[in-house]
Design a protein around this ligand. Sequence first.
Ligand SMILES: *[C@@H]1O[C@H](CO)[C@@H](O)[C@H](O)[C@H]1NC(C)=O
Length: 147
Amino acid sequence: MALQKTLSLLLLSLLTLLGLGLVQSSYGQPMYQRFQRQHVDHKVTGGNNSYCNRMMRTQGMTRHTCKQFNTFIHENIRTINNICRNRKTIPCKNSRMNCHAGVVRVTDCRNTGGSPPNNCQYQATASRRRVVIACDGNPLVPVHFDS
Ligand SMILES: *[C@@H]1O[C@H](CO)[C@@H](O)[C@H](O)[C@H]1NC(C)=O
């Protein structure tokens, strides 16, 4: 009897774990969180050099080296998620086929020198341009900025 009870409990725990795994959506996944930290800032519509210098540092891209190039998208995260819903997929740089393109407001930050972690220097270029992002999960969310 005791054995049967233990077995049922085990089975129940297993089913619960499986269930949790299934309902956990891609909105919580680390790659999506990271994409948002490194590439999304809807609070401004464009940035200058000081914007890049500050954001590259606060968003964690100058810890050990100055990241050479990074793009901030100035759109609502919903607008960016919608790019993933675009049915047309295009090849990413790594030749996987999970990339999608859209036109958005951005600031491109290009490293011009300086030293990590607090003095990386960037050249900013604000524009409205076509970007390519890789999407993954269900629902599809951006996980990588391609170009
Ligand atoms: C950069 O933009 C900020 C905010 O718009 C502004 O306060 C600052 O003076 C600008 N800095 C330079 C170097 O243009």
